[in-house]
Design a protein around this ligand. Structure first.
Ligand SMILES: N[C@@H](CCC(=O)NCCCC(=O)O)C(=O)O
Length: 258
C-alpha cells in the first residue's frame, strides 16, 4: 500500500562497551528490552551506531521520536562541573551525542523520552547536576539494584513515587502514588533549566521530570517503564503516551510534506 503511513521511527542512542578483553575494538550495543518495547508499541527502533553531535541536524528530521535508554555507564561528571569517580564506567561517545541531542530534539519538537540514564542526560544537558552516589548521601535511599540477582529481581518494584497532582504522570498512574523499579546509583541533584519535577521518591529524589513549555512530548523518568510494561498499567500508559506523540509527529510531517 504505497500511501500507508510508515511506522514512526524512534532513535535509540547506542551505548559503547568493551565487552571482550580479547577484542579491544569495542562494541556498539542496545539492550533488546528497549528495542522490543518500542516495537511492541508499533514503532520502529532505529540506531545510528556512529552518530556524532554534528550528524544530529541530518538525522533528527528522519525520526519521529527519541528514546534515551538506560545504561550501566554513568554520565561523566565533567558535564556537570564535577569529577568522575575512579569507579565510573563511562561512555564519552554517548555523552557527547546526547548532551546535544536533548536540546535539539526539544527545539525541533521531536518527542523525547528519557529512561534512567536518559533522565539524567536530559537533566545534565539542560544545565542540571547529579548526585554521583545517591546512596552515600545522608537521608537518601539506596536506589541501586541487587546486581547479582536475577533480572526479574533487579527490575522488581522497589519504592513508591509520589506524583504531582494534575500531572500527566498522575494521569498515567491513575493516582498520585505508584510503585516503580529502581536501578541507578546517580540521581538528579540540581534540576536543569526548564525542567519541572513531577515525580519524587520517598527520600525526595527527583525521579520524573517534564520539560516546561515543550512543543512535543518531553519527559524523563528514573525508573524503567519498558520492563514488563504490558503487565504494569502505569508503565504501559506512559509508553503509549510517548508512542502517540511519535505517531502525531509522523502524521504532522506527512502533512507538511504533501
Ligand atoms: N548508570 C546510571 C544510570 C543507570 C541506568 O540507566 N540503569 C539501567 C541499567 C540497566 C540497563 O542497561 O537497562 C546510574 O547508575 O545512575
Amino acid at each position: 500500500m504505497p500511501n500507508a503511513p510508515h511506522k514512526p521511527l524512534v532513535w535509540l542512542p547506542a551505548c559503547h562497551r568493551n565487552l571482550d578483553l580479547d577484542d579491544p575494538g569495542g562494541y556498539t550495543v542496545l539492550a533488546d528490552r528497549y528495542a522490543m518495547a518500542v516495537t511492541e508499541l508499533g514503532l520502529q527502533p532505529v540506531l545510528f551506531p556512529m552518530a556524532e553531535a554534528s550528524d544530529i541536524p541530518c538525522l533528527l528530521p528522519l525520526v519521529d521520536g527519541v528514546l534515551l535508554t538506560g545504561s550501566p555507564s554513568n554520565v561523566d561528571a565533567t558535564h556537570f562541573g564535577a569529577t568522575a569517580l575512579p569507579t565510573d564506567l563511562l561512555d564519552p561517545r554517548r555523552d557527547k551525542l546526547t548532551m546535544n541531542l536533548v536540546r535539539q530534539a526539544i527545539a525541533s519538537a521531536v518527542p523525547l523520552f528519557g529512561v534512567c540514564r536518559g533522565l539524567q542526560e536530559i537533566n545534565v544537558a539542560l544545565g542540571g547536576s547529579l548526585y554521583q552516589t545517591v546512596h552515600a548521601e545522608s537521608g537518601m535511599l539506596d536506589h541501586r539494584e541487587p546486581h547479582d540477582a536475577a533480572l526479574d529481581l533487579q527490575f522488581a518494584e522497589r519504592h513508591d513515587v509520589l506524583l504531582e497532582p494534575g500531572s500527566c504522570f498522575a494521569e498515567w498512574a491513575g493516582g498520585t502514588r505508584a510503585r516503580v523499579n529502581s536501578l541507578h546509583g546517580q540521581g538528579v541533584k540540581r534540576l536543569g533549566e526548564g525542567l519541572v519535577a513531577e515525580a519524587h521518591a520517598p527520600d525526595g529524589l527527583v525521579e520524573g521530570v517534564r520539560v516546561r513549555g515543550a512543543k512535543a512530548f518531553a519527559y524523563g523518568v528514573q525508573w524503567h517503564p519498558e520492563w514488563r510494561h504490558a503487565q504494569h498499567p502505569f508503565y504501559e500508559r506512559t509508553l503509549e503516551a510517548f508512542a502517540q506523540a511519535c505517531r502525531d509527529h509522523r502524521d504532522q510531517q506527512r502533512e507538511e510534506d504533501r
